[in-house]
Design a protein around this ligand. Structure first.
Ligand code: ZN
Length: 546
């Protein structure tokens, strides 16, 4: 009798286990924001083969699934992995490996100090740097190269401004690039004062120097990408949109992803060189689980900080100057037509209201009304009041970077004047046009941390908490909108929303674990939130020490 009862018990147990589906991993006891269409919040998630099997309450999940590995998440907060819709992943890697970091230098003297320190420790043929911003200095004017030449005689020194749209070059660097006072560059500028070059180069003029800097070897570049990835994973990023890559870079990323050395998903926007276009466009969109090549990145104008952004009316602080477009009008039209024909997106950098208006018109001529092509205006920083509705009319997607607003707010009004400021960094107004938009950072121009983007989107303050009350709060996003813009809407920005961007069954288990609930904590606490773990396709790719 006793044996019989035992047998029945074992049979029931066996059949119960039989009825359960096997998972690789179950995460439970967490506050999980799925970011699905109803923004549901659950506590447990089952994962198999890198994908989400199911989400629900712990009881529901336990009733249906067994897993080899189970993690009790101790009440932590889980969000879909962060996606940076517009950044420069390769550029960031290069910067980490090759450039002296000039971010947050408080004067030109501080720039020179950092350069000298670096050069003493690592003497090299070229001395490169990036990140200075004259708006942070007591003298808010472009520097010249006199001190560079005296500190580094005969050395080609080339240091780019934080926005990558202006640079200071030493006389030796100018010489090697073949730049003289007589050089004139379409879509760029070689600054000349009193008949002499100052060393300042804007936009296309910078390409002449870039062209003569010895390139990184493939091995060095791979090393740079892995350095960049390490920081991305630690920040909770699971996918990045690199705004402007060449075939060599894309192929390197592809090969490193196939070897599982690069774990991040990458949306590679093509630089519009003929070589890239002729190689990729005829093949149509190229896509693997981790890589997508399906868009072309164009530049309409420069940046506001260096007064290269193309405005309808002159700069308020530089009468007579209104910035410039970097190419002839026909150029944009012909690339847009080709992109349309081959099913590619066009993502165009446009910052000034004139550049934005021009691109909206150029897109509209090709797109002809509502569509699902998801062509993007990157930054869309200054928009004329008459032009907002054009985004919605042709389903043109503004791609925003919330921390640009909180970095630029200190000086943007000087450039634009109070009237134009109303249509600047107007993210809520832009969101209303299509009901969704992707968000990013443009790193290394801004800090890579997505939590800064989240904070800047909802609180509209810089990470020192300035200004009290927030900057132009009518254009703040809600926490839900901000989170969507950094996850599922960012995935939509590169046609990836069926695979990632939210925690729903069938999608990749790309997620981030935070030590606090950023959807409910106080504003100040958002910046204190720590990324505890990052998962890509169900695999833990980052975990904090303690
Ligand atoms: Zn960019």
């Amino acid at each position: 009798m006793k044996n019989c009862v035992l047998l029945i018990f074992v049979t029931i147990l066996f059949s119960c286990t039989q009825m359960k589906t096997e998972a690789d991993l179950i995460l439970s006891n967490a506050t999980i924001y799925t970011v699905d269409s109803t923004f549901s919040i659950i506590e447990s998630i089952a994962i198999r083969d890198g994908k989400i099997l199911a989400t629900g309450s712990y009881r529901e999940i336990r009733r249906q699934y067994v897993a080899r590995e189970q993690h009790d998440m101790a009440g932590m907060c889980i969000l879909p992995g962060f996606i940076d819709a517009h950044c420069h992943f390769v550029g960031y890697g290069r910067k980490l490996l090759q450039n002296v970091d000039l971010d947050r230098t408080r004067s030109f003297e501080a720039v020179l100090e950092r350069l000298s320190e670096h050069y003493r420790a690592y003497p090299s043929e070229w001395l490169l740097g990036r990140g200075w911003d004259q708006n942070d200095w007591p003298v808010k004017e472009f520097p010249d190269n006199v001190k560079l030449d005296s500190l580094f005689p005969g050395v080609p020194v080339y240091i780019r401004r934080i926005d990558g749209h202006a640079a200071l070059a030493s006389s030796e660097a100018l010489k090697r690039a073949g730049i003289s006072v007589r050089t004139s560059v379409r879509g760029g500028e070689v600054e000349v004062k009193d008949g002499k070059m100052t060393g300042i180069l804007l936009d296309n003029a910078m390409d002449m120097v870039s062209a003569v800097i010895p390139p990184l070897t493939k091995k060095e570049l791979a090393e740079a990408l892995l350095m960049a990835q390490e920081n991305c994973l630690a920040a909770g990023l699971t996918m990045v949109g690199d705004a402007g890559l060449d075939r060599q870079n894309i192929e390197l990323i592809d090969s490193l992803q196939l070897k599982d050395e690069i774990k991040l998903r990458v949306d590679a926007m093509l630089n519009p060189d003929e070589e890239n276009l002729q190689f990729y466009l005829p093949k149509g969109v190229y896509q693997t689980d981790k890589l997508r090549v399906g868009s072309i990145k164009l530049y309409a104008d420069g940046a506001l900080g260096s007064r290269g952004a193309c405005l309808l009316e002159p700069y308020s602080d530089a009468p007579g100057k209104a910035g410039f477009m970097v190419h002839e009008p026909d150029y944009y039209n012909s690339i847009c037509e080709r992109a349309y024909k081959h099913g590619y997106q066009v993502n165009t950098h446009a910052i000034g209201d004139s550049a934005v208006r021009f691109m909206l018109q150029t897109y509209a001529d090709v797109l002809k009304g509502k569509n699902d092509r998801r062509w993007r205006i990157e930054h869309a920083q200054v928009v004329h009041p008459d032009d907002f509705s054009r985004f919605g009319r042709c389903s043109i997607i503004p791609s925003i970077q919330a921390t640009h607003a909180t970095s630029d707010m200190k000086w943007a009004a000087e450039r634009l004047g109070s009237e134009r400021m109303k249509g600047a960094y107007a993210y809520r107004q832009l969101l209303m046009e299509n009901g969704w938009l992707p968000n990013g950072t443009d790193f290394p121009i801004e800090d890579i941390r997505p939590l800064y983007t989240f904070y800047a989107s909802v609180v509209r303050k810089d990470h020192e908490g300035f200004p009290e009350g927030g900057f132009q709060m009518e254009n703040a996003l809600t926490r839900e909108e901000a989170l969507r813009s950094m996850t599922v809407w960012a995935a939509m920005g590169s046609f990836r929303e069926k695979e990632t961007g939210s925690l729903e069954s069938g999608k990749w288990a790309d997620l981030v674990v935070l030590d606090r609930d950023v959807m409910k904590c106080t504003e100040d606490d958002i910046l204190k939130a720590r990324v505890m773990k990052t998962f890509i396709a169900g695999v833990e790719v980052y975990t904090t020490g303690h």
